[in-house]
Design a protein around this ligand. Structure first.
Ligand code: NAP
Length: 438
């Protein structure tokens, strides 16, 4: 069966202005389902609110045409089929009673899918009903502050909303011990606790939390396809809020000892190193905050940084320098993580002197930034040179109906407060996008 989800634009040759004509009824139905209709009729300039063209060749060249439906006599189909091939259409559709074997052969030879003598509306309805397809208004990939806020706003404005979360809701914030700069919370709040409150609020408005990993997406069509190992779901719009993954050092021993001394989450694993010695790698806010957190558990913490000054904000630096349990190893990079069953040492190199030394330790916490988690997008949306998703001020990507917000986008600041603002804007933009298309 033809995968209708991947189709976005439908050109209707012979689209009548009269509401009682089959061409008009089919077009109106498909428009209501979210397809973009391109009317073709030499005696009209606008039909169903869309600019109308006399023939396929007159449609602006930049406009992709996915399906061409020909509501004409069978004898008039052949030249239209030629034009459809020329315009790079993917499907040629001839409604009930319209048959032309020569036109069909020509189109098939050029790689088009050809359907003849079948009602497009009935076929689409049958496709929708096949396998009980789950169709959402919006599916949101990622349940961190951006995704949950977008979900809350979308569900609250009446959209059927699903939010995907791979393992636990809350995203990277869950691994933050304490957050003290989220407005409204005068006392610091644990990242996990804050995210549980976000989740409860989103669910109160009817968000479906889908605890499955997104593996693949098809974003081009009028219905976006989101696939997990368990299921395929569809949505009229998608918000990508998958955040960023902890960056790896990429040194020998890192992979082998992950979970056996190497960690990317002090809140999750810090308690395993009570009264032991740990190193933290990095010099940004995350490294300094988590190093300070670890001083409450570990006997000694060494912060290894590749430069001789921290990137973290001044307040954190002052706290770090005042903390007696925290030592610094400046101008130093990790070359290798060593041990037998678990981590026993890191081999480090001073970048100024080249001298290699070993620091004995039980744990290595890596906080060297994040990179956007984009695997399931397979290059379908435009990115910045730094690899983040490029969006405009409404969080819209270059693909119609696809939005992105939070850490995964081209933002100047990656904070809970900014992610929340992004999420609200993205949901409002989706709402507008869906209303505009009905
Ligand atoms: P970050 O600000 O990008 O800092 C990454 C640190 O790791 C930098 O010090 C960098 O060194 C170092 N680094 C990068 N690659 C490295 C490598 N291969 N080997 C050794 N060191 C390496 O990342 P972050 O601290 O994880 O923070 C991520 C984002 O979350 C930031 O926007 C941050 O402001 C935000 N955040 C905010 C808070 C807060 O506001 N309280 C808390 C946590 C995170 P250089 O300095 O030499 O570049």
């Amino acid at each position: 069966m033809l995968d209708f989800a991947s189709l976005a634009t439908v050109a209707i040759v012979g689209l009548s202005m009269r509401g009682d004509r089959p061409s008009n009824q089919v077009a109106r139905y498909l428009q209501g389902q979210g397809f973009e209709i391109i009317p073709l009729n030499p005696s009209a300039t606008e039909i169903l609110g869309q600019p109308c063209y006399p023939e396929l060749a007159a449609v602006p060249q930049g406009k992709a045409i996915d399906l061409v439906a020909v509501f004409r006599r069978s004898a008039a189909v052949l030249p239209v089929a030629r034009e459809a091939v020329e315009r790079g259409a993917r499907v040629l559709w001839l409604p009930e009673g319209v048959v032309d074997q020569r036109a069909a052969a020509l189109a098939r030879k050029a790689g088009l899918t050809v359907v003849m003598d079948r009602c497009l509306k009935k076929a689409y309805k049958a496709w929708l009903a096949d396998g009980n397809k789950e169709v959402y208004d919006v599916l949101i990939i990622g349940a961190g502050p951006a995704g949950l806020t977008a979900g809350m706003y979308a569900a609250r404005s009446g959209l059927r909303t699903g939010v995907f979360e791979g393992i636990i809701p809350g995203g990277a914030v869950v691994s933050t011990a304490l957050i003290e700069n989220y407005p409204g919370f005068a006392e610091p709040i644990a990242g996990a606790e804050l995210m549980l409150r976000f989740l409860a609020q989103a669910q109160r408005f009817g968000v479906d939390l889908i605890t499955e990993n997104v593996l693949q997406t098809g974003l081009r069509g009028h219905l976006k396809r989101v696939e997990t190992a368990e299921k395929v779901r569809y949505a009229r719009a998608v918000i990508i809020a998958g955040g960023a993954k902890a960056r790896r050092l990429g040194v020998p021993g890192e992979e082998r000892f992950t979970g056996r001394g190497v960690s990317y989450c002090a809140t999750c694993d810090g308690a395993l190193f009570r009264d032991k010695k740990v190193v933290v790698v990095g010099g940004g806010n995350a490294a300094v905050e988590e190093a300070l957190y670890l001083t409450r558990l570990a006997a000694e913490v060494v912060l290894i940084h590749r430069r001789d000054q921290l990137r973290a904000v001044k307040l954190l630096q002052e706290r770090a320098f005042a903390e007696p349990k925290l030592r610094f190893s400046w101008d130093t990079v990790v070359e290798e993580i060593g041990g037998n069953q678990a981590v026993e040492l890191v081999r480090v190199r001073n970048v100024k002197t080249g001298v290699i030394t070993e620091i004995p330790c039980d744990g290595v916490f890596v906080y060297i930034g994040y990179s956007p988690a984009l695997e399931y997008l397979a290059g379908q949306v435009a990115k910045t040179p730094e690899g983040y998703i490029a969006v405009d001020a409404t969080m819209a990507t270059n693909v119609p109906g696809v939005f992105a917000c939070g850490d995964i986008r081209n933002t100047p600041l990656r904070q809970v407060a900014t992610a929340v603002g992004d999420g609200a804007i993205a949901a409002a933009a989706v709402d507008k996008y869906l209303v505009f298309r009905q």
